[in-house]
Design a protein around this ligand. Structure first.
Ligand code: F6R
Ligand code: ZN
Length: 192
């Protein structure tokens, strides 16, 4: 990997939104067993199709101090029961690393929390930037009817801790109701 500047185009019209990328990962429904509240709805949907829930395109850089990684996530629209399609969510392995998220297309929310239990649920629709401070776990939720597409940048050495959220969950969930979206306490959340 060289140390030359990188120049790419973010195209809002395409699902494959980056003109250049090094990595492309796909998250299917089957990789998110136990993440959704309504287990029966999860099983029923999975029995129909192992849908792609989201895709991540990234520019790879060495995982050393000073380097940044960036990319685009395309989070598709849909629900498992009354719960919107969402990312797994994670803490950074190096807990004290922040991240910038910039929504390019679509409508959603960012659910964030600290290990001490401070919570924040921020609107995240096209044009909005969310700064995820160091130590905050973060998950993106698509509350709309179309793809939610966003650009993100974080230190290349941040790494990902998925295990804590996979095991304990986020304290807050965003669910669809007749009136729109509602934030509720996660009944399956468990203390560490
Ligand atoms: C990187 C980051 C994003 C997410 C991506 C998918 O630190 O926060 O690139 O990785 O939006 O979400 P997860 O990783 O939670 O499946
Ligand atoms: Zn992150």
């Amino acid at each position: 990997m060289n140390n030359r500047p990188i120049n790419f185009v973010l195209s809002l019209a395409d699902t494959k939104a980056m003109s250049q990328y090094d990595t492309h990962s796909v998250r299917r429904l089957s990789s998110m067993a136990d993440y959704y509240l309504d287990q029966a709805a999860f099983e029923a949907l999975l029995a129909q199709d192992d849908l792609i829930l989201y895709e991540v395109y990234g520019i790879d850089r060495p995982a050393v101090s000073g380097e940044l990684i960036s990319g685009i996530t395309v989070l598709h629209a849909g629900k498992v029961g009354q719960e919107y399609f969402m990312t797994k969510g994670h803490f950074h392995a190096v807990l004290e690393t922040g991240e910038i998220y910039y929504a390019l297309r679509g409508t959603g929310m960012m659910v964030m929390e600290t290990p001490e239990g401070e919570c924040s649920v921020e609107p995240f629709a096209a044009g909005q930037v969310v700064y995820v401070p160091p130590c905050w776990a973060h998950r993106t939720i698509n509350t709309g009817n179309n793809d939610l597409l966003f650009f993100w940048v974080c230190p290349a050495a941040a790494g990902h801790d998925y295990g804590t959220i996979a095991k304990h969950g986020f304290r807050k969930l965003v669910m669809a109701t007749e009136e729109g979206s509602t934030i509720m306490a996660n009944p399956r959340w468990s203390p560490r």
